[in-house]
Design a protein around this ligand. Structure first.
Ligand code: NAD
Ligand code: DAU
Length: 361
């Protein structure tokens, strides 16, 4: 494994879209607190059910002049134009998206609007910046490649075969970003990463949903036979990779990012139960594994994802630092320590979704 390159960033005004979401908020915190980024960050977010300003409460207080929030919808080109001009944007990191596969199965139209039309709007405005724009980094997913069998890894050269409305919309946005590089010379880089986990993840996704339900003694829903495999990436490792690509990636290139941590869903759920039993035993003394409930499978459920990250390792020197064992413990401890945040998330939108999906709140 190669070692990572040093960064002396040349960006002054980075537009981060979707910065109030899970990965976007971790990315903003990472840049301002862990890296030597000294410019401004303009966080553009519509604040959908998944966007929560609480995720950045500390950052808004600590970086009053260098962190700026703009509430806007990437589907609204006129608002975007005003923000681009006002802040003299010279770099873009595009996270904003509808991100949950199950929601895309129930209601795909928002996914087409935000993920495809919204990305197109951003690319057009980025193009209008001409030479002032130094980078447009498009954050995408390994789900664009479809599903793997028992063996093999997704490479950057693997052909696209998206299976859900979510992954199809992300695939379309990746292709559009790539086309803007080829046709207009826009300085685009793209990353396709595996499942992230860590602090501030909205509890509709497997890991936070299981942690919170287990703490509350509620059923732990496992789809199908529970043997689907994901390649888990700790969110800070992802943020570091994105920042490296923005600074050192070759324009027009795609980089796969993975956690080197393949795991069956059922093993993760059991692991969470056991860790919680150890550090915060249930009041009734019962083992949390008893809460595991197999439920109907997700339609079109991809069986296995796994990432070959040798390209980013060879070119830039990035590799994941966190093991799944240490990352999941950190994550569980974070949810235990941040009960006020969990409470702030469990609003109407969260309860409505849980009721719709699992028939209880
Ligand atoms: P998230 O759902 O937690 O956050 C999405 C953010 O985008 C929210 O703050 C939301 O308010 C904002 N947003 C949604 N629609 C918008 C619009 N029309 N205009 C402006 N803002 C809007 O998502 P996440 O998990 O943080 O994912 C971020 C990105 O990373 C997405 O592009 C997703 O496809 C990609 N990704 C996520 C994962 C993962 O495991 N979470 C893995 C691979 C790739
Ligand atoms: O691979 C990257 C993708 O990872 C991202 O692009 C998506 O934005 C992100 O949501 C995630 O998609 P998944 O569908 O893999 O994540 P989710 O947490 O929804 O599900 C993980 C696995 O757990 C999947 O096999 C479905 C299963 N699952 C999920 C939920 C919510 C369950 O068994 N029970 C559940 O309640």
């Amino acid at each position: 494994m190669k070692s990572q390159k040093q960064i002396k960033s040349v960006f002054n005004n980075i537009l981060v879209t979707g910065g109030c979401g899970f990965i976007g908020s971790n990315f903003i915190r990472y840049l301002l607190k862990e890296e030597n980024y000294t410019g401004k960050i303009i966080n553009l977010d519509k604040l959908t059910y998944a966007g929560n300003p609480e995720n950045l409460r500390d950052i808004a207080a600590d970086f009053k002049t260098r962190y700026i929030f703009e509430k806007a919808d990437i589907c609204d080109a006129a608002s975007l134009e005003k923000i681009f001009t006002k802040h003299d944007i010279d770099a873009i990191c595009h996270f904003a998206a509808e991100s949950h596969v199950d929601r895309s199965i129930k209601e795909p139209s928002n996914f087409v609007q935000t993920n495809i039309i919204g990305t197109f709007n951003l690319l057009e405005l980025a193009k209008s910046r001409g030479d002032k724009l130094k980078i447009f980094h498009h954050v995408s997913t390994d789900e664009v490649y479809g599903s793997l069998g028992e063996k093999g890894l997704f490479k950057e050269t693997t052909s696209y075969k998206p299976n859900s409305p979510y992954s199809a919309s992300k695939a379309a946005s990746d292709q559009m970003a790539r086309a803007y590089f080829k046709t207009f010379g826009l300085p685009v880089t793209i990353s396709n990463c595996s499942n992230n986990y860590g602090p501030y993840q909205f509890p509709e996704k497997l890991i936070p949903l299981i942690i919170i339900n287990a703490l509350e003694g509620k059923p732990l829903p496992v789809y199908g036979d529970g043997k689907n495999v994901r390649d888990w990436l700790y969110v800070e490792d992802h943020c570091r990779a994105v920042w490296q690509i923005m600074n050192h990636g070759r324009k027009g290139q795609t980089y796969n990012i993975g956690g080197k941590a393949e795991m069956e869903n059922i093993k993760i759920v059991r692991m969470i139960c056991d860790i919680l039993d150890e550090i915060k035993p249930a009041k009734d003394g019962k083992k949390r594994r008893n809460l595991i409930t197999f439920v109907a499978d997700r339609p079109g459920h991809d069986r296995r994802y796994a990432i070959d990250f040798s390209k980013i390792n060879k070119e830039i020197g990035w590799s994941p630092k966190e093991s799944f064992k240490s990352g999941i413990k950190k994550t569980i401890k974070w949810y235990l320590a941040n009960t006020a945040w969990v409470k702030s998330i469990k609003t109407g939108a969260y309860n409505d979704w849980i009721r719709q999906q699992y028939g209880e709140s």
